[in-house]
Write a protein that binds this ligand. Sequence first.
Ligand code: HEM
Length: 466
Amino acid sequence: MIAASGGPAAGRLLVRGTGSVPRATATDTLRVLTRVLGPNIAQGVIARRPTVVRLAQRCQVDAGVVHETARLRRRYGRGPLRLRVPGRELALVLDAEDVHRVLDGTPDPFTPANAEKRAALGQFQPHGVLVSRGSERASRRRINEHALDTGHPVHGDAEAIVAAVHDEVGGLLARTDDLTWTAAQQAWRRAVRRVVLGEQARDDEVVHTLMDRLRGRANWSFLAPRDRRSRAALRDRLTIHVDRAGPGSLAARLRSTGSPSDAEGGIDVLDQIPQWLFAADPALMVAHRALALLAVDPAARDRARSEMTEVADHTAPLLPQVRAAVLESARLWPTTPLILRDTTEATTWPTGTVPAGAGLLVVTPYFHRDESREPTAHRFAPENWLSPDGRSLDETAHDHRPLVPFSEGPASCPGQDLVLLMTSTWIAAVLDRHEVEPRTAAPLDPSSLPASLSPFDLAFRLRSRS
Ligand code: HEM
Protein backbone atom coordinates (compact mmCIF):
# COMPACT_ATOMS: atom_id res chain seq x y z
CA MET A 1 0.00 0.00 0.00
CA ILE A 2 1.26 3.47 -0.82
CA ALA A 3 0.22 6.52 1.21
CA ALA A 4 1.21 10.19 1.18
CA SER A 5 2.87 11.13 4.47
CA GLY A 6 2.30 14.41 6.34
CA GLY A 7 4.55 16.38 8.71
CA PRO A 8 8.18 17.13 7.94
CA ALA A 9 8.37 14.56 5.12
CA ALA A 10 5.25 15.96 3.43
CA GLY A 11 5.02 15.10 -0.24
CA ARG A 12 7.03 11.92 0.16
CA LEU A 13 5.36 8.58 -0.55
CA LEU A 14 5.68 5.85 2.04
CA VAL A 15 5.35 2.14 1.32
CA ARG A 16 3.88 -0.09 3.99
CA GLY A 17 3.78 -3.82 4.24
CA THR A 18 3.61 -4.73 0.54
CA GLY A 19 6.79 -6.82 0.65
CA SER A 20 7.85 -5.19 -2.60
CA VAL A 21 10.07 -2.14 -3.04
CA PRO A 22 8.25 1.16 -3.76
CA ARG A 23 6.50 1.48 -7.10
CA ALA A 24 6.32 4.78 -8.97
CA THR A 25 2.92 6.14 -9.96
CA ALA A 26 1.93 5.95 -13.63
CA THR A 27 2.65 9.68 -13.99
CA ASP A 28 6.11 9.36 -12.46
CA THR A 29 6.84 6.35 -14.68
CA LEU A 30 5.89 8.42 -17.69
CA ARG A 31 8.23 11.18 -16.50
CA VAL A 32 11.08 8.67 -16.19
CA LEU A 33 10.40 7.37 -19.67
CA THR A 34 10.26 10.82 -21.25
CA ARG A 35 12.85 12.73 -19.19
CA VAL A 36 15.41 10.10 -18.16
CA LEU A 37 15.34 7.11 -20.51
CA GLY A 38 13.93 8.78 -23.63
CA PRO A 39 16.71 11.39 -24.05
CA ASN A 40 19.38 8.72 -23.63
CA ILE A 41 17.79 6.35 -26.11
CA ALA A 42 17.21 9.17 -28.62
CA GLN A 43 20.90 10.18 -28.54
CA GLY A 44 21.86 6.61 -29.45
CA VAL A 45 22.86 4.10 -26.81
CA ILE A 46 25.32 2.13 -28.98
CA ALA A 47 26.26 4.75 -31.58
CA ARG A 48 25.70 8.43 -30.77
CA ARG A 49 23.60 10.37 -33.27
CA PRO A 50 25.42 13.72 -33.64
CA THR A 51 22.30 15.70 -34.55
CA VAL A 52 20.42 14.53 -31.48
CA VAL A 53 23.48 14.96 -29.25
CA ARG A 54 23.75 18.58 -30.45
CA LEU A 55 20.09 19.12 -29.70
CA ALA A 56 20.58 17.56 -26.27
CA GLN A 57 23.34 20.08 -25.59
CA ARG A 58 21.16 22.96 -26.72
CA CYS A 59 18.37 21.83 -24.36
CA GLN A 60 20.79 20.67 -21.63
CA VAL A 61 18.76 17.49 -21.30
CA ASP A 62 21.13 15.90 -18.77
CA ALA A 63 20.17 18.60 -16.26
CA GLY A 64 16.61 17.25 -16.59
CA VAL A 65 17.86 13.65 -16.18
CA VAL A 66 19.60 14.54 -12.91
CA HIS A 67 16.77 16.75 -11.67
CA GLU A 68 14.10 14.13 -12.34
CA THR A 69 16.06 11.29 -10.72
CA ALA A 70 16.79 13.47 -7.67
CA ARG A 71 13.09 14.34 -7.40
CA LEU A 72 12.17 10.63 -7.37
CA ARG A 73 14.79 9.98 -4.68
CA ARG A 74 13.23 12.69 -2.51
CA ARG A 75 9.73 11.49 -3.20
CA TYR A 76 10.10 7.73 -2.77
CA GLY A 77 13.19 7.36 -0.59
CA ARG A 78 16.15 5.06 -1.22
CA GLY A 79 14.45 2.61 -3.59
CA PRO A 80 15.04 0.66 -5.73
CA LEU A 81 12.01 2.24 -7.37
CA ARG A 82 9.89 -0.03 -9.55
CA LEU A 83 8.38 1.52 -12.65
CA ARG A 84 5.02 0.69 -14.23
CA VAL A 85 6.12 -0.43 -17.66
CA PRO A 86 3.76 -2.96 -19.28
CA GLY A 87 5.50 -6.28 -20.02
CA ARG A 88 8.81 -5.39 -18.38
CA GLU A 89 9.80 -5.21 -14.73
CA LEU A 90 12.21 -2.26 -14.34
CA ALA A 91 13.55 -0.51 -11.24
CA LEU A 92 15.75 2.55 -10.72
CA VAL A 93 18.64 2.25 -8.27
CA LEU A 94 18.55 5.48 -6.26
CA ASP A 95 20.92 4.87 -3.38
CA ALA A 96 24.73 5.02 -3.33
CA GLU A 97 25.03 1.88 -1.22
CA ASP A 98 22.76 0.02 -3.62
CA VAL A 99 24.89 1.10 -6.62
CA HIS A 100 27.91 -0.56 -5.01
CA ARG A 101 25.84 -3.62 -4.11
CA VAL A 102 24.56 -4.06 -7.67
CA LEU A 103 27.91 -3.53 -9.38
CA ASP A 104 29.86 -5.63 -6.89
CA GLY A 105 27.16 -8.34 -7.01
CA THR A 106 27.74 -8.92 -10.74
CA PRO A 107 27.23 -11.33 -12.50
CA ASP A 108 25.05 -13.05 -9.85
CA PRO A 109 22.49 -12.04 -8.79
CA PHE A 110 22.89 -8.97 -11.04
CA THR A 111 23.84 -9.98 -14.57
CA PRO A 112 25.16 -7.40 -17.05
CA ALA A 113 23.84 -9.60 -19.88
CA ASN A 114 20.41 -8.03 -19.53
CA ALA A 115 17.59 -8.32 -22.04
CA GLU A 116 17.93 -4.91 -23.75
CA LYS A 117 21.72 -5.17 -24.05
CA ARG A 118 21.54 -8.68 -25.49
CA ALA A 119 19.10 -7.48 -28.11
CA ALA A 120 21.23 -4.46 -29.05
CA LEU A 121 24.71 -6.00 -28.96
CA GLY A 122 23.42 -9.19 -30.59
CA GLN A 123 23.73 -7.20 -33.85
CA PHE A 124 27.49 -7.40 -33.86
CA GLN A 125 28.81 -9.35 -30.87
CA PRO A 126 26.28 -11.93 -29.65
CA HIS A 127 29.13 -13.80 -27.94
CA GLY A 128 30.84 -10.73 -26.47
CA VAL A 129 31.65 -10.89 -22.76
CA LEU A 130 29.24 -8.08 -21.90
CA VAL A 131 26.25 -10.13 -23.03
CA SER A 132 27.50 -13.50 -21.77
CA ARG A 133 26.47 -15.50 -18.73
CA GLY A 134 27.76 -18.35 -16.57
CA SER A 135 30.98 -20.18 -17.41
CA GLU A 136 31.09 -18.58 -20.88
CA ARG A 137 31.23 -15.15 -19.25
CA ALA A 138 34.06 -16.27 -16.99
CA SER A 139 36.25 -17.56 -19.85
CA ARG A 140 35.46 -14.61 -22.13
CA ARG A 141 36.25 -12.16 -19.34
CA ARG A 142 39.57 -13.95 -18.79
CA ILE A 143 40.71 -13.57 -22.40
CA ASN A 144 39.59 -9.93 -22.46
CA GLU A 145 41.64 -9.21 -19.36
CA HIS A 146 44.61 -11.02 -20.87
CA ALA A 147 44.54 -9.05 -24.14
CA LEU A 148 43.72 -5.70 -22.50
CA ASP A 149 46.20 -6.34 -19.67
CA THR A 150 43.60 -5.27 -17.14
CA GLY A 151 44.92 -4.00 -13.84
CA HIS A 152 48.18 -2.71 -15.34
CA PRO A 153 48.29 1.05 -15.88
CA VAL A 154 51.07 0.55 -18.42
CA HIS A 155 49.99 -2.19 -20.85
CA GLY A 156 52.50 -4.95 -21.62
CA ASP A 157 52.59 -3.69 -25.22
CA ALA A 158 52.69 -0.02 -24.22
CA GLU A 159 55.63 0.72 -26.45
CA ALA A 160 53.74 -0.22 -29.63
CA ILE A 161 50.52 1.38 -28.37
CA VAL A 162 52.15 4.69 -27.46
CA ALA A 163 54.09 4.72 -30.74
CA ALA A 164 50.88 4.20 -32.78
CA VAL A 165 49.07 7.01 -30.98
CA HIS A 166 52.05 9.38 -31.26
CA ASP A 167 52.47 8.62 -34.90
CA GLU A 168 48.84 9.32 -35.78
CA VAL A 169 48.45 12.43 -33.64
CA GLY A 170 51.81 13.69 -34.96
CA GLY A 171 50.67 13.21 -38.56
CA LEU A 172 47.40 14.96 -37.82
CA LEU A 173 49.02 17.99 -36.19
CA ALA A 174 51.51 18.31 -39.03
CA ARG A 175 48.58 18.66 -41.45
CA THR A 176 46.37 21.10 -39.54
CA ASP A 177 46.29 23.60 -36.70
CA ASP A 178 42.53 23.21 -36.45
CA LEU A 179 41.68 20.23 -34.27
CA THR A 180 38.07 19.35 -35.04
CA TRP A 181 36.14 16.24 -34.04
CA THR A 182 36.15 14.88 -37.58
CA ALA A 183 39.90 15.27 -38.03
CA ALA A 184 40.57 13.82 -34.59
CA GLN A 185 38.30 10.85 -35.22
CA GLN A 186 39.99 9.88 -38.48
CA ALA A 187 43.42 9.87 -36.86
CA TRP A 188 42.17 8.20 -33.68
CA ARG A 189 40.46 5.38 -35.58
CA ARG A 190 43.68 4.74 -37.52
CA ALA A 191 45.56 4.46 -34.22
CA VAL A 192 42.82 2.20 -32.83
CA ARG A 193 43.02 -0.16 -35.83
CA ARG A 194 46.78 -0.38 -35.41
CA VAL A 195 46.55 -1.05 -31.67
CA VAL A 196 43.67 -3.52 -31.89
CA LEU A 197 44.23 -5.29 -35.22
CA GLY A 198 47.87 -4.62 -36.06
CA GLU A 199 49.83 -2.32 -38.37
CA GLN A 200 48.39 -3.88 -41.56
CA ALA A 201 44.88 -2.71 -40.54
CA ARG A 202 45.81 0.99 -40.36
CA ASP A 203 44.04 1.99 -43.55
CA ASP A 204 41.27 -0.58 -43.54
CA GLU A 205 38.43 1.90 -43.03
CA VAL A 206 35.90 -0.73 -44.09
CA VAL A 207 36.21 -2.25 -40.60
CA HIS A 208 34.87 0.95 -39.09
CA THR A 209 32.29 1.44 -41.85
CA LEU A 210 30.86 -2.01 -41.05
CA MET A 211 31.00 -1.31 -37.33
CA ASP A 212 29.15 2.00 -37.81
CA ARG A 213 26.45 0.26 -39.83
CA LEU A 214 25.95 -2.49 -37.25
CA ARG A 215 26.02 -0.07 -34.32
CA GLY A 216 23.42 2.09 -36.05
CA ARG A 217 21.16 -0.97 -36.17
CA ALA A 218 21.97 -1.85 -32.57
CA ASN A 219 20.62 1.54 -31.45
CA TRP A 220 17.16 0.15 -32.27
CA SER A 221 17.64 -2.89 -29.99
CA PHE A 222 14.66 -5.30 -30.34
CA LEU A 223 13.14 -3.23 -33.14
CA ALA A 224 15.75 -3.71 -35.88
CA PRO A 225 16.16 -7.02 -37.74
CA ARG A 226 19.67 -8.49 -37.72
CA ASP A 227 22.01 -7.34 -40.52
CA ARG A 228 23.61 -10.76 -41.01
CA ARG A 229 25.45 -9.80 -44.16
CA SER A 230 27.35 -6.92 -42.52
CA ARG A 231 28.17 -9.03 -39.49
CA ALA A 232 29.53 -11.82 -41.70
CA ALA A 233 31.59 -9.27 -43.67
CA LEU A 234 32.97 -7.84 -40.43
CA ARG A 235 33.90 -11.28 -39.12
CA ASP A 236 35.65 -12.12 -42.41
CA ARG A 237 37.74 -8.99 -42.15
CA LEU A 238 38.53 -9.52 -38.49
CA THR A 239 39.59 -13.10 -39.25
CA ILE A 240 42.09 -11.87 -41.83
CA HIS A 241 43.48 -9.21 -39.50
CA VAL A 242 43.76 -11.50 -36.47
CA ASP A 243 45.60 -13.93 -38.67
CA ARG A 244 48.09 -11.31 -39.85
CA ALA A 245 48.43 -9.17 -36.71
CA GLY A 246 52.01 -8.74 -35.60
CA PRO A 247 53.36 -8.63 -32.05
CA GLY A 248 52.36 -5.55 -30.05
CA SER A 249 48.72 -5.66 -31.17
CA LEU A 250 45.77 -6.77 -29.06
CA ALA A 251 44.77 -9.20 -31.82
CA ALA A 252 48.10 -11.01 -31.49
CA ARG A 253 47.54 -11.37 -27.74
CA LEU A 254 44.06 -12.66 -28.41
CA ARG A 255 45.33 -15.14 -30.99
CA SER A 256 47.59 -16.62 -28.37
CA THR A 257 44.49 -17.59 -26.35
CA GLY A 258 42.89 -19.84 -28.97
CA SER A 259 41.72 -20.27 -32.53
CA PRO A 260 39.96 -17.08 -33.72
CA SER A 261 37.03 -18.90 -35.27
CA ASP A 262 36.59 -21.33 -32.40
CA ALA A 263 33.06 -20.51 -31.32
CA GLU A 264 32.55 -24.08 -30.18
CA GLY A 265 34.83 -23.85 -27.19
CA GLY A 266 32.28 -21.33 -25.91
CA ILE A 267 34.77 -18.47 -26.13
CA ASP A 268 34.44 -17.12 -29.67
CA VAL A 269 37.66 -15.15 -29.60
CA LEU A 270 36.69 -13.10 -32.65
CA ASP A 271 33.47 -11.83 -31.12
CA GLN A 272 35.36 -10.01 -28.36
CA ILE A 273 36.94 -7.54 -30.79
CA PRO A 274 33.88 -5.48 -31.87
CA GLN A 275 33.46 -4.27 -28.27
CA TRP A 276 37.01 -2.92 -28.36
CA LEU A 277 36.51 -1.11 -31.65
CA PHE A 278 33.12 0.20 -30.61
CA ALA A 279 34.23 1.37 -27.14
CA ALA A 280 37.23 3.24 -28.56
CA ASP A 281 34.85 5.88 -29.96
CA PRO A 282 33.62 7.01 -26.52
CA ALA A 283 37.27 7.00 -25.45
CA LEU A 284 37.94 9.75 -27.99
CA MET A 285 34.84 11.66 -26.86
CA VAL A 286 36.18 11.59 -23.33
CA ALA A 287 39.66 12.68 -24.50
CA HIS A 288 38.29 15.50 -26.67
CA ARG A 289 36.26 16.84 -23.75
CA ALA A 290 39.22 16.43 -21.38
CA LEU A 291 41.27 18.59 -23.74
CA ALA A 292 38.50 21.19 -23.59
CA LEU A 293 38.71 21.13 -19.78
CA LEU A 294 42.49 21.48 -19.73
CA ALA A 295 42.29 24.27 -22.31
CA VAL A 296 40.27 26.46 -19.93
CA ASP A 297 42.03 25.59 -16.67
CA PRO A 298 45.57 27.03 -16.70
CA ALA A 299 46.54 25.60 -13.29
CA ALA A 300 45.49 22.05 -14.22
CA ARG A 301 47.18 22.46 -17.61
CA ASP A 302 50.46 23.55 -15.99
CA ARG A 303 50.37 20.60 -13.61
CA ALA A 304 49.74 18.27 -16.56
CA ARG A 305 52.59 19.81 -18.56
CA SER A 306 55.06 19.58 -15.71
CA GLU A 307 54.58 15.81 -15.47
CA MET A 308 55.06 15.54 -19.25
CA THR A 309 58.51 17.08 -18.90
CA GLU A 310 59.38 14.36 -16.42
CA VAL A 311 58.59 11.65 -18.98
CA ALA A 312 59.49 13.58 -22.10
CA ASP A 313 59.50 10.60 -24.45
CA HIS A 314 56.10 9.43 -23.08
CA THR A 315 57.19 5.81 -23.39
CA ALA A 316 55.99 4.92 -19.93
CA PRO A 317 53.44 7.65 -19.56
CA LEU A 318 51.62 7.29 -16.29
CA LEU A 319 50.78 10.99 -16.48
CA PRO A 320 48.42 10.94 -13.47
CA GLN A 321 47.27 14.56 -13.93
CA VAL A 322 46.22 13.91 -17.51
CA ARG A 323 44.61 10.60 -16.58
CA ALA A 324 42.69 12.37 -13.81
CA ALA A 325 41.45 14.94 -16.35
CA VAL A 326 40.25 12.07 -18.55
CA LEU A 327 38.48 10.43 -15.61
CA GLU A 328 36.88 13.78 -14.73
CA SER A 329 35.68 14.19 -18.29
CA ALA A 330 34.11 10.73 -18.05
CA ARG A 331 32.52 11.61 -14.70
CA LEU A 332 31.10 14.93 -15.90
CA TRP A 333 29.76 13.52 -19.17
CA PRO A 334 29.55 9.73 -18.73
CA THR A 335 29.58 7.80 -21.97
CA THR A 336 27.65 4.95 -20.32
CA PRO A 337 24.92 7.04 -18.72
CA LEU A 338 22.74 4.00 -17.98
CA ILE A 339 24.32 0.93 -16.41
CA LEU A 340 21.92 -1.99 -16.78
CA ARG A 341 21.64 -5.23 -14.87
CA ASP A 342 18.98 -7.96 -14.72
CA THR A 343 18.30 -9.81 -11.47
CA THR A 344 18.92 -13.55 -11.79
CA GLU A 345 16.85 -14.27 -8.65
CA ALA A 346 14.52 -12.42 -6.29
CA THR A 347 16.56 -9.96 -4.22
CA THR A 348 15.83 -8.38 -0.86
CA TRP A 349 16.42 -4.71 -0.09
CA PRO A 350 15.82 -2.58 3.02
CA THR A 351 12.55 -1.42 1.43
CA GLY A 352 11.26 -4.79 0.16
CA THR A 353 11.96 -7.26 -2.63
CA VAL A 354 12.64 -7.07 -6.37
CA PRO A 355 11.54 -10.13 -8.36
CA ALA A 356 13.85 -12.30 -10.48
CA GLY A 357 14.25 -11.14 -14.07
CA ALA A 358 13.82 -7.45 -13.27
CA GLY A 359 15.96 -4.83 -15.01
CA LEU A 360 17.88 -2.51 -12.68
CA LEU A 361 18.96 0.90 -13.97
CA VAL A 362 21.79 2.98 -12.54
CA VAL A 363 21.50 6.53 -13.89
CA THR A 364 25.15 7.55 -13.54
CA PRO A 365 24.69 11.31 -14.20
CA TYR A 366 22.51 11.46 -11.08
CA PHE A 367 25.31 10.09 -8.88
CA HIS A 368 28.00 12.14 -10.64
CA ARG A 369 26.21 15.49 -10.99
CA ASP A 370 23.46 15.95 -8.36
CA GLU A 371 24.72 18.91 -6.33
CA SER A 372 22.77 17.90 -3.23
CA ARG A 373 24.88 14.72 -2.97
CA GLU A 374 28.06 15.24 -5.00
CA PRO A 375 30.34 18.00 -3.64
CA THR A 376 32.18 18.48 -6.93
CA ALA A 377 29.04 18.13 -9.08
CA HIS A 378 29.57 20.75 -11.81
CA ARG A 379 33.20 21.69 -11.44
CA PHE A 380 36.34 20.24 -12.95
CA ALA A 381 37.89 18.43 -9.97
CA PRO A 382 40.84 16.18 -10.99
CA GLU A 383 41.50 15.67 -7.27
CA ASN A 384 38.56 13.22 -7.29
CA TRP A 385 41.01 10.69 -8.77
CA LEU A 386 44.40 11.69 -7.32
CA SER A 387 46.47 10.99 -4.24
CA PRO A 388 46.85 14.09 -2.01
CA ASP A 389 50.29 14.92 -3.51
CA GLY A 390 48.84 14.64 -7.05
CA ARG A 391 51.56 12.24 -8.13
CA SER A 392 49.48 9.12 -8.62
CA LEU A 393 45.94 7.99 -9.30
CA ASP A 394 44.06 6.93 -6.20
CA GLU A 395 40.79 5.03 -6.52
CA THR A 396 39.87 5.84 -2.92
CA ALA A 397 40.22 9.60 -3.49
CA HIS A 398 36.51 10.02 -4.08
CA ASP A 399 35.65 8.41 -0.81
CA HIS A 400 33.50 5.60 -2.09
CA ARG A 401 31.01 8.05 -3.61
CA PRO A 402 29.67 6.16 -6.61
CA LEU A 403 31.68 7.86 -9.36
CA VAL A 404 31.50 4.96 -11.81
CA PRO A 405 32.15 6.08 -15.41
CA PHE A 406 33.89 2.74 -16.03
CA SER A 407 31.43 0.87 -13.78
CA GLU A 408 33.00 -1.13 -10.93
CA GLY A 409 33.18 -4.69 -9.62
CA PRO A 410 33.65 -7.94 -11.58
CA ALA A 411 32.12 -6.59 -14.82
CA SER A 412 33.76 -3.17 -14.71
CA CYS A 413 35.47 -2.02 -17.87
CA PRO A 414 38.53 -4.23 -18.43
CA GLY A 415 39.75 -1.65 -20.98
CA GLN A 416 40.03 1.21 -18.49
CA ASP A 417 43.83 1.07 -18.15
CA LEU A 418 44.28 0.88 -21.91
CA VAL A 419 41.87 3.78 -22.43
CA LEU A 420 43.76 5.92 -19.93
CA LEU A 421 47.08 5.01 -21.55
CA MET A 422 45.89 5.86 -25.07
CA THR A 423 43.95 9.01 -24.21
CA SER A 424 46.62 10.44 -21.92
CA THR A 425 49.22 9.83 -24.63
CA TRP A 426 46.98 11.55 -27.18
CA ILE A 427 46.35 14.59 -24.97
CA ALA A 428 50.00 14.86 -23.92
CA ALA A 429 51.11 14.82 -27.56
CA VAL A 430 48.81 17.79 -28.26
CA LEU A 431 49.47 19.81 -25.11
CA ASP A 432 53.19 19.28 -24.91
CA ARG A 433 53.90 21.12 -28.14
CA HIS A 434 50.88 23.42 -28.57
CA GLU A 435 48.89 26.18 -26.99
CA VAL A 436 45.30 25.03 -27.25
CA GLU A 437 42.61 27.62 -27.77
CA PRO A 438 38.94 26.51 -27.77
CA ARG A 439 37.28 27.54 -31.01
CA THR A 440 33.79 27.63 -29.54
CA ALA A 441 31.28 30.46 -29.14
CA ALA A 442 31.05 30.06 -25.35
CA PRO A 443 34.19 28.53 -23.76
CA LEU A 444 33.65 26.26 -20.79
CA ASP A 445 33.79 27.64 -17.26
CA PRO A 446 35.62 24.95 -15.22
CA SER A 447 33.78 26.00 -12.05
CA SER A 448 30.32 25.69 -13.58
CA LEU A 449 30.20 23.08 -16.33
CA PRO A 450 27.18 22.30 -18.50
CA ALA A 451 25.18 19.12 -17.90
CA SER A 452 25.31 18.14 -21.59
CA LEU A 453 28.32 18.71 -23.82
CA SER A 454 28.44 17.49 -27.42
CA PRO A 455 31.96 16.43 -28.38
CA PHE A 456 31.10 16.83 -32.05
CA ASP A 457 31.28 20.63 -32.02
CA LEU A 458 34.35 21.00 -29.83
CA ALA A 459 37.25 22.35 -31.86
CA PHE A 460 40.62 23.83 -30.94
CA ARG A 461 43.01 26.25 -32.61
CA LEU A 462 46.58 25.04 -32.02
CA ARG A 463 49.66 27.26 -31.90
CA SER A 464 53.18 25.89 -31.63
CA ARG A 465 54.73 26.50 -28.18
CA SER A 466 58.31 26.73 -29.40
C1 HEM B 1 36.00 6.12 -22.35
C2 HEM B 1 36.01 4.88 -22.78
C3 HEM B 1 35.27 3.77 -22.10
C4 HEM B 1 34.36 3.83 -21.07
C5 HEM B 1 33.85 5.07 -20.33
C6 HEM B 1 33.99 2.47 -20.79
C7 HEM B 1 33.07 2.11 -19.83
C8 HEM B 1 32.60 0.83 -19.65
C9 HEM B 1 31.52 0.48 -18.78
C10 HEM B 1 30.72 1.47 -17.93
C11 HEM B 1 31.35 -0.86 -18.89
C12 HEM B 1 30.30 -1.68 -18.16
C13 HEM B 1 29.07 -1.70 -19.00
C14 HEM B 1 27.96 -2.44 -18.34
O1 HEM B 1 28.11 -3.00 -17.26
O2 HEM B 1 26.88 -2.46 -18.93
C15 HEM B 1 32.33 -1.35 -19.82
C16 HEM B 1 32.46 -2.67 -20.19
C17 HEM B 1 33.42 -3.13 -21.03
N1 HEM B 1 34.40 -2.38 -21.65
FE1 HEM B 1 34.64 -0.41 -21.55
N2 HEM B 1 34.67 1.62 -21.61
C18 HEM B 1 35.47 2.38 -22.44
C19 HEM B 1 36.31 1.92 -23.42
C20 HEM B 1 36.65 0.62 -23.59
C21 HEM B 1 37.67 0.13 -24.50
C22 HEM B 1 38.52 1.03 -25.40
C23 HEM B 1 37.67 -1.22 -24.40
C24 HEM B 1 38.56 -2.22 -25.10
C25 HEM B 1 39.62 -1.92 -25.80
C26 HEM B 1 36.64 -1.60 -23.46
C27 HEM B 1 36.30 -2.88 -23.12
C28 HEM B 1 35.19 -3.24 -22.38
C29 HEM B 1 34.70 -4.60 -22.23
C30 HEM B 1 35.30 -5.86 -22.88
C31 HEM B 1 33.59 -4.53 -21.38
C32 HEM B 1 32.72 -5.70 -20.92
C33 HEM B 1 33.18 -6.16 -19.55
C34 HEM B 1 32.36 -7.28 -18.96
O3 HEM B 1 31.19 -7.44 -19.28
O4 HEM B 1 32.91 -8.02 -18.12
N3 HEM B 1 36.05 -0.46 -22.99
N4 HEM B 1 33.09 -0.31 -20.29
